[in-house]
Design a protein around this ligand. Sequence first.
Ligand code: 13P
Length: 258
Amino acid sequence: MTRTPLLAGNWKMNLNHLEAIALVEGLAAELRDVDFDYSKADVVVIPPFTDIRSVQTVVESEELKIAYGAQDVSVHESGAYTGEVSASMLSQLGVSYIVVGHSERREYHNESDQLVGKKAQVALAAGMIPIICCGEGLDVRKAGKQVEHVLAQIDGALEGISAADVAKSVIAYEPIWAIGTGEVATPEDAQEVCGAIREQVAKLYDQQTAEAVRILYGGSVKSSNVAEIMAKPDVDGALVGGASLKADEFSKIANFEG
Ligand code: 13P
């Protein structure tokens, strides 16, 4: 079973819609310059909500093969939920991926594994692919408990999701201590947890589901370290923050095999 590598840029709360247009156009141009083969990896940008319509317009009018995602979704369909954005609103804009349970949302918005799982289900029900985030803080890592911590997050988030839906989903392992710090987990650290996640999916579901689900690493990924991380057998891609805000750098990450 071969899993298509996925290189996703989480822009977080950066770039207005004009800057978003410039970045997507710049990224497409960089990839065109190196004759990037879009059949060998999925390239995804994940802008703030306010940029999505503009990104859609660029992607559609220029027929780009870059996909785009959203950084969060409401668990509600519609109604009196001030400030929230529904899955159907996002799918209407051509969104294909939704990040759920990023550590920044878990930390600043108290998102639980159960809520994260519900968001993943809402994304799947609307035909989009959830990128389910997990990862341990520095205290857990120092105690050597990263695997059990992450597997508990996975157990909670996947509860009630069918094998077929998990097979389509993406799981992103992002150790919190490596996010935005310049501190990268070693390829072995990434493999340890990504491999454990895949084994857990096999345990909860079956081998076929485990081999289908894509597992990403995130945390200070750059063009200079992406290849060694991608070389690990259970790492199928990267969720990139800071380095995804520069067209040339993110295009090099997408083109990690050179
Ligand atoms: P950095 O690549 O900036 O460390 O961010 C990682 C991340 O949180 C992506 O979701």
